[in-house]
Design a protein around this ligand. Sequence first.
Ligand code: OMP
Length: 273
Amino acid sequence: MTTQQLFEQIKKKQSFLCIGLDVDMSKIPAHLLGEQDPIFSFNKAIIDATHDLAVSYKPNIAFYEAYGIKGWESLKKTIDYINTNYPELYTIADAKRGDIGNTASMYAKAFFEDMSFDSVTVAPYMGKDSVEPFLAFEDKHTILLALTSNQGAFDFQTQLVGTKPMYQVVLEKSQTYANAENLMYVVGATKAEYFKEIRAIVPNNFLLVPGVGAQGGNLQDVCKYGLNDQVGLLINSSRGIIYASSGSDFKEKAREQALLLQREMSEILKGRL
Ligand SMILES: O=C(O)c1cc(=O)[nH]c(=O)n1[C@@H]1O[C@H](COP(=O)(O)O)[C@@H](O)[C@H]1O
């Protein structure tokens, strides 16, 4: 999917919500456990209940890998379900990959070709030749970790490299990579005070912003400096939406939580688009 197509969907739905499909078998409603593929059944129910409120879905690959081959099958069924039934939705493989060039090419092939995701999250630590194989794919995005939502972000990402913090070096340097227009960046909602300087470095790229809801980040604070002409933000919430209830009303409660965020987003977008 192109950035323009994503923007069109955001305008249409008045939403820049990304729902994280981080499926933990110990948290899904008990009545689903008897199904042949509980993870897929859960995802299908959540997607059907929320697809008009969200523009994007982000399965975190760890939650599927943890269940071995069955987990990968559930993931493939989920992405195929979205692509077949809701092709306008933007999909993110949250895999946080990163390796030498020939290996990176294989990761890119796995998520872009075999799995048909629109984008994949990538760690920048190994540099240019570990990122460019992902960027080579047309109409696909590479979402580079810049300033993450967790406490450990302060271990390396905010440390000075020369005169600048490492996350700024990541933003600046990656803009020189081939096909840099295919880049998005992860910036945690818990780091709202950094958005102004980040937007000054990358005014045009989309930012994937996890950390609202369960991690305590705030939508209004992120939007103050995070928005750009194309909105430029995908705000992710996983646990806050998908585990709103563990009862038989789980999809209705997930929709309620998604609706709260979508309404807040539509208010924020008023007069901007
Ligand atoms: O790349 C990510 O999506 C990510 C980056 C980051 O800095 N922080 C972060 O929480 N995430 C992911 O975003 C999701 C957040 O989930 P909740 O805290 O449940 O909303 C998880 O899948 C995390 O792995």
